[in-house]
Structures are given as structure tokens and as C-alpha cells.
Design a protein around this ligand. Structure first.
Ligand SMILES: [Zn+2]
Length: 302
């Protein structure tokens, strides 16, 4: 299985609750653990502006590229603007396109980045500048590589951008399972939202996920599943209020891959959030997801 990654995924945030060094650290850990070889990694091209325009308004793209976002728009991003940030998010979107393409041939692929599910067509928010997963889905649809897609968003925060972008589009089923009492406080409806109470632990979470996935596959026969494997439902997360263990998060990942395999649906992974008190926990959760994806890529290939 290929893992899509570039050193320039780093969002250049300096000291920030979003640890964007996590991408490189997850890459390094996969190699150090013997879970991936250097040749398993592929470097993406940045998305083209035409790809980005499949989701975002030309006005918003222009503001991002000419550094003319308003002060209010910059504040809403909650991360510092820099040319490196723009380069990183265009590259991450290219990475999600590539992961989608690879998943279609290999059964599974991981973008060791992306999952920026709070970005809307005309603005970014909550650390998310442009919506890499939506861009990838629209590009793959445009190429005729897929018709229908399913997004399974297990980040602790609701996928408000995903919900807004695909609202009313029968070709994309959006499923978000998240902590209700958390950002974003206004939650535009996904195709399926499961709102979890504060403090939910492994067993309750996994039961809800199983039920949610069943509903997804009853509603749609997707050609591709995009899995947003947020690390922030973890019990030690600084921005999350759920109580999953490391083991519970592994079981979560396995369940998503297992259900997809039962339906014969390839899976492309993106990382989304992760703000554990100890950075190495976030890195471990993300690298575990990539390891589990690899198991399923090899066994699911027909
Ligand atoms: Zn999150």
C-alpha cells in the first residue's frame, strides 16, 4: 500500500495547539517501526487551482493566493497565515486526490495529511483552509473515476464544511460521528450525524459507529469511502471530550475498514485532527491507522 506524504505538509504554525509536525513524525515512526519502507511513500503534486475551484469560490481562492483575507477571515482560520501554509494545503489537497486514485487500484491508501473538514466553499475556519477531501471527490467524479462517494468522519468535531459542501447532492453521503457539545457550535446537517454525549467510552462509541456504518451502506453504494480518521476522540485530547483509549481507536479504524471490505468499497484515509496532551500519542494514533489500512489493502485486493 502506498502512503502519500510530503515534508511540506507542515503548516508552519510555530507553537500552536495544532501540532503540524505530526505529519513528519508519523512518517518517521512508520519507518522506525518497520511498518513502511521509504519506497512505500509517494509525494503528491499540489492540487491545481482548477481542482480547488471545483469546491471553493474563485473569490476565496484569489484572497488566499494574494494574501487579501480580511482580519475577520484570518481570525476565523485560527491559524497564522503564511505562504508556506497555502503551499501546504494545496499540496495536502493534491495528496487526497492521489490517495483516492491509489485506493481505487489498491483497495486502500493513506494520505498522511489532510482531513480539513471545517473548510467551506467561501471561507476557512477551525484550522482548515481548503477542503482536501471534497476537492478529491469532485476531481475523481469529474475524471469519471467514481460516481458516488461516502465520507466517514470520526474526528471528534463535526464535519461542518463537508456537510455544507455536499448538502443536497445525492452522489455523496456524508457521515459524521462527533461530540455534540463541542466545536462547531452550529452544525449544518450531514446526511447522517451521530451526536455523542461528553465522556463516551470505547464500547458505546464502537456500537454507535457500527450502527452508523450500517445506515451509510443501506443508503448508498459508494465507489469510494473517504475516512477522516481524527485522533481527537482520544481520552487525553486537549480539544476533545470523548474518552476513547488507544486500543478503542484501533478497533474504530478496523471497524471502518472491515465494513468497507464487506461491501467491496476501497478506502482512502486522511488524518484530520489530533491534539493529545503528549504529541507522541497523536503520532501513534495516526501511524496505527496507516498500519491498519495496510493490513486491509493487502487482504482486500481481489
Ligand atoms: Zn477535530
Amino acid at each position: 500500500m502506498k502512503i502519500v506524504y510530503a515534508d511540506r505538509y507542515d503548516l508552519n504554525l510555530g507553537a500552536h495547539v495544532f501540532p503540524s509536525a505530526k505529519y513528519k513524525l508519523a512518517h518517521d515512526k512508520l519507518i522506525a517501526d518497520g511498518a513502511a519502507r521509504p519506497e512505500d511513500f509517494v509525494e503528491p503534486q499540489p492540487a491545481s487551482d482548477a481542482d480547488v475551484a471545483l469546491v471553493h469560490t474563485s473569490e476565496y481562492i484569489r484572497k488566499l493566493k494574494t494574501r487579501t483575507l480580511s482580519y475577520a477571515e484570518l481570525l476565523q482560520l485560527e491559524i497564522p497565515y503564511s505562504p508556506e501554509l497555502i503551499e501546504a494545503v494545496w499540496l495536502s489537497a493534491g495528496g487526497s486526490i492521489l490517495a483516492g486514485q491509489l485506493a481505487l487500484t489498491d483497495g486502500a491508501a493513506v494520505n498522511l495529511g489532510g482531513g480539513f473538514h471545517h473548510a467551506f466553499p467561501d471561507h476557512g475556519e477551525g484550522f482548515c483552509v481548503i477542503h482536501d477531501v471534497a476537492i478529491a471527490i469532485r476531481r475523481l467524479q469529474k475524471d469519471g473515476a467514481i460516481r458516488a462517494a461516502l465520507t466517514v468522519d470520526c474526528d471528534v468535531h463535526q464535519g461542518n464544511g463537508t456537510a455544507a459542501i455536499f448538502h443536497g447532492d445525492p452522489s455523496v453521503f456524508t457521515f459524521s460521528m462527533h461530540q455534540e457539545n463541542n466545536y462547531p457550535f452550529e452544525k449544518p446537517p450531514s446526511s447522517l450525524d451521530i451526536n455523542l454525549a461528553d465522556g463516551v467510552e470505547d464500547s458505546e462509541y464502537l456500537a454507535a459507529l457500527e450502527d452508523g456504518l450500517k445506515q451509510c451502506f443501506a443508503a448508498l453504494e459508494p465507489d469510494l469511502l473517504f475516512y477522516l480518521a481524527g485522533a481527537d476522540p482520544y481520552r487525553e485530547d486537549q480539544l476533545g471530550g470523548l474518552r476513547l483509549t488507544l486500543h478503542g481507536l484501533e478497533l474504530r479504524d478496523r471497524m471502518v475498514f472491515e465494513k468497507a471490505r464487506q461491501q467491496g468499497v476501497p478506502v482512502a484515509v486522511t488524518l484530520a485532527g489530533g491534539y493529545a496532551r503528549h504529541l507522541q500519542d497523536t503520532v501513534r494514533i495516526h501511524s496505527n491507522t496507516a498500519k491498519i489500512a495496510k493490513d486491509f489493502a493487502t487482504v482486500s485486493r481481489p
